[in-house]
Structure formats: C-alpha cells, structure tokens
Design a protein around this ligand. Structure first.
Ligand code: NAD
Length: 483
C-alpha cells in the first residue's frame, strides 16, 4: 500500500492537494547526502486551510460520532498501521538515517498505542459531586478542539502516535506538522487514515518550515492546543507566539539523562543498557543516557568497556539489517556533534574512542560519525551539561549516593534517568531524589503506551501516554443544577 507512494501533495480535508504558498522540495537521504524523494511543504495559507478543515470536522462528523464508533475507526487504522510497519520503517530510515532494525522495532509497537487510546475513547466519564439535597452537580469531559501537533525529525512516527492516539480518542481533530527534514513518513500516515475511512478533516498533514507553517499553526485562533515535541528554545518561541491566543501547550523537550551505575550493580546488564543507550538512534533521542555516572571503584573498568564496545558498533547504511548505527539525520546535526567533540577536548576531557566523521568507502557522502566516548568528564563541562544529540557518551566518576544525586540533578534538564544497583533500599532512596519525569531502575528505556512519559524542569510540560497523556486533550465542564 505504501511501497509506491508519492509525497508531493499535502493532506488537507481528506484530499491530496497542491500547496498554495509552499511548494515541493528535495528530501535528503542522510546516508548519502543526496536527494531521495520530493516532498510537499505548506505555507501559512495551507495551514489556514488545514485548520479550517479540522474545525469543520470537529464541529461536524467527529463531534457527532459516538465514542465507540471513533474507537472502531481508530482500531481499523491501528490494524492497517500494523500491516505497514516495514514500509513505514523504510521511509523513516531513508528520511532520518535510523538503522532499519531500530525503526522496525519502534514502529512495530505503535499500533498498540493507537489501540490502547482507542480503548479509552468511550470511558471518558465525569463524576458527581456531593452538594446539598436541592442541587445536583456533575462534571463531563469534552475534547479541547483542534490540536496542532508539531513533531521533531528524530522519531516522526513515534511522536505522531503519541499525539494522534490521545487526541483522536479524546474527540479532537488534528493538524500534524512534521519536521522540515523528515516529513515523508507522516505523509504516508495520511494514506492509512484515508484507507481506514476517517471523515475528511479529522487528520490533516502539512509538512512545512517551523518559522512559517509551525508558527502559523501556533498563532491560529482556531487551534485550541499545541502538542509539541522538539527543542526547548523552540518551545519558548511557541509560548511567545501563542501568547495572544492563550493557546494551551504541552511540551516534550530535550534531555541530558544521567545513567547512574553503582559499584554493586549487575555490571554486564548495566553496560549493555548504558552502551546501547549511548549510541541508539545515533545518539539522537531525548531519553538516551548521554551522561554515564560511574561509582569510582568500577570507573576504569567501565571506561575500558565503553572504549572496547564503541569499536564493535556496526556503523553502516540504515537500510542494511546488519547495521547498528546509521548517520546523523542531517548535516547541521553532524556539525553540532563534531563541534562538541572539539569542545570536550578543549575542556580537558579525555577522548577514549571515536570523535571523527567516518570517511571510509561507501559512507563518505553521508553524515556518519564514530561512536564517541569521553572519560575524565566533570559535571560542569559543557559536554556534561548540554544536549549534544549525537553518539557521544560522557563518563563521569562519583563517590557515593549524595554525589551521584547532586551530579544527576545538576543540569537544567529533567527528562529521563537510569539507576543500576543491587541494593533495593538505595534504589528507592536515589530514585526518589532524582529530578526527572522518569527513573528506570535496573532497566532502561522500557516504555509502553500505558506509562506516562515526560519531563520536569526544562525538559517539558505535561505528559504523553498513559491516562495522563489524555488529560491535555480534554476540558472538564461542571454543571450545577438546582432541582
Ligand atoms: P525543533 O524544536 O528544531 O523542531 C521541532 C518541530 O518544531 C519541527 O517540526 C519544527 O519545524 C517546528 N518548529 C520550529 N520552529 C517553530 C516555530 N517557531 N513555531 C512552531 N514550530 C516550530 O526540534 P528538532 O531538532 O526537530 O528535534 C530535536 C529535539 O527534540 C531535541 O531537543 C530532542 O531532545 C527533542 N525531543 C524530545 C522528545 C521527548 O519526548 N521529550 C522526543 C523526541 C525529541
């Protein structure tokens, strides 16, 4: 169904349309640096069309449809999605360079997200509130309206599932604006909504520039809520742009997750998780344990294990099933990662593995970089404070629980964290004091549709997934009746 799809039109109001004030441009394959397909992008007028279609669908068929029928449509879509995992994974890997084995694994889970949220669509009841005998008070839940979903380039399908699932279950309609450099898989998604028989305008998909299409979506008076995943600096711009309309926002932002390994941990398991997490998605994921905090007695051993395992990572073409790690998703991200390698060296950290662009046969045209390990890092260094978003692990030694907690909490971020210890009491003590939306203990990056996900501090506002992930798409109305 998706194998021969063209990406040169926008999906608005149930139709494939040419952009009015956007156009069509090359999408670059980061493994070759060459164009691989052409993708439509919209301008402000296209966003206006999409919001109008979403508003009409919200007032019309979607609002009138009983929730169990909405759920049935979502389930039909989820079943179709499950049949297209391979095709979606290929599109996403070609667009953002993620190793196909990772894309398949991740995208292979998404149908579950849509199914899980579908199962909640007809359970969004309110409650009754005790008053005096002559007054009856109760609450009802209502969709907020048209949602603007703005997604990043690293995980377009995952971000879409985390937003569309709860928004549609709540009864909202959506305009999805994927990132500039990786819009193709989101347009493929539109084919599946079309095939599933969603009413026109319930889901609209308009790639476009953040500063143009994204900004218009945020400022549009008919958009009730923005669900955004991306950088903190963009979130701050969105807040300013949406100030005049007081547009509600939830933000899933960056991270600098501490991965804390105590000397009493099961070291083999801890190393598997810590090294895997350092280089997954070529380092381009918000929850990766980019800071590895290691208790002093095992520090040298962990540094050596990282150095040795970095050399074993199979870097290669994303569509090769044997590849562990593909290229960085675009040229600016490659430059950013390499600039942080230089920053780390200038700061006095010890480069023990990697650090260079890969220039060997077959890979020299792409944005490939070596898995990189810095040792002798202290937590004040920029490589330990700032989100690099490349395959760069910063190994920081610590002595005891108090220092581990202090280092873990020393950045402006608070998204994810990992903790490895054989002591259950310590696990509880430390987990309770880490400033993060998520703490994994003796496991890492294990998440499901039912587990709330999100950050504290500058890593975000609100949660996605779980029951909590539905809340931002709902309003509560209180009705008080004198009898
Ligand atoms: P980004 O902020 O540059 O872009 C994200 C989206 O915002 C894109 O669609 C972009 O076009 C749009 N945008 C840009 N300017 C805009 C504006 N002025 N108004 C409205 N929209 C605008 O982020 P990115 O570089 O695509 O993604 C990487 C970032 O995303 C990293 O910081 C990463 O940690 C974060 N991220 C967070 C999570 C999470 O769940 N917390 C998940 C994935 C990625």
């Amino acid at each position: 169904m998706l194998s021969d799809i063209a990406f040169d039109k926008l999906f608005i109001g149930g139709e494939w349309v040419d952009p009015i004030d956007g156009g069509v441009r090359d999408s670059i394959d980061p493994a070759t640096g060459q164009h691989w397909t052409q993708v439509a992008y919209g301008g402000a007028k296209d966003i206006d069309r999409a919001v109008a279609a979403a508003r009409t669908a919200f007032e019309g068929p979607w609002r009138k449809m009983p929730p169990w029928e909405r759920a049935a449509l979502m389930r039909k879509f989820a079943d179709l999605y499950a049949t297209q995992v391979d095709a979606l994974a290929r599109i996403e890997s070609q667009d953002n360079g993620r190793a196909i084995r990772e894309s398949r694994g991740d995208i292979g889970l998404h149908a579950n997200y849509y199914h899980w949220f579908a199962s909640l669509a007809d359970k969004l009841g309110g409650r009754t509130i005790p008053m005096d005998d002559s007054v009856h008070a109760f609450t009802t839940r209502h969709p907020v309206g048209v949602v603007g979903a703005i997604t990043p380039w690293n995980v377009p399908m995952m971000a879409a599932a985390w937003k569309l699932g709860p928004a549609l279950a709540a009864g909202c309609t959506v305009v999805l604006k994927p990132a500039e450099s990786t819009p193709a898989s989101s347009l493929a998604l539109a084919k599946l909504f079309e095939e599933a028989g969603f009413p026109a305008g319930v889901v609209n998909i308009v790639p476009g520039d953040g500063a143009v299409a994204g900004a218009r979506l945020v400022a549009h008076p008919d958009v009730a809520k923005i669900s955004f995943t991306g950088e903190g600096s963009t979130a701050k711009t969105i807040l300013k742009t949406g100030a005049d309309t007081l547009t509600r926002c939830t933000f899933e932002l960056g991270g600098k997750a501490p991965h804390i390994i105590f000397a009493d941990a099961d070291l083999e398991n801890a190393l598997n998780a810590a090294t895997g997490s350092a280089w997954a998605l070529c380092g381009q994921s918000c929850a990766l344990g980019s800071r590895v905090l290691v208790e002093r007695p095992i520090y040298d051993k962990v540094v050596e294990a990282f150095r040795e395992r970095a050399g074993r990572v199979r870097v290669g073409m994303p569509l090769d099933p044997a590849t562990h790690m593909g290229p960085q998703a675009h040229a600016q991200q490659l430059d950013k990662t390499l600039s942080y390698v230089a920053i780390g060296q200038n700061e006095g950290a010890e480069l023990v593995a990697g650090g260079k662009r890969i220039d060997r046969d077959g890979l020299s045209g792409g944005y490939f970089v070596e898995p990189t390990v810095f040792a002798s890092v202290n937590s004040g260094m920029r490589i330990a404070q700032e989100e690099i978003f490349g395959p760069v692990a910063a190994l920081i030694p610590f002595e005891g629980e108090e220092e581990a907690i202090a280092i873990a909490n020393s950045t402006p971020y608070g998204l994810a964290s990992g903790l490895w210890t054989g002591d259950t009491g310590r696990a509880h003590r430390v987990a309770a004091r880490i400033e993060a939306g998520m703490v994994w203990v003796n496991t890492y990056r294990y998440i499901r549709w039912s587990t709330p996900y999100g950050g504290v501090k500058q890593s975000g506002w609100g949660r996605e997934n779980g029951i909590e992930g539905l809340e931002p798409f709902l309003e509560t109305k209180t009705t008080i009746i004198s009898t």
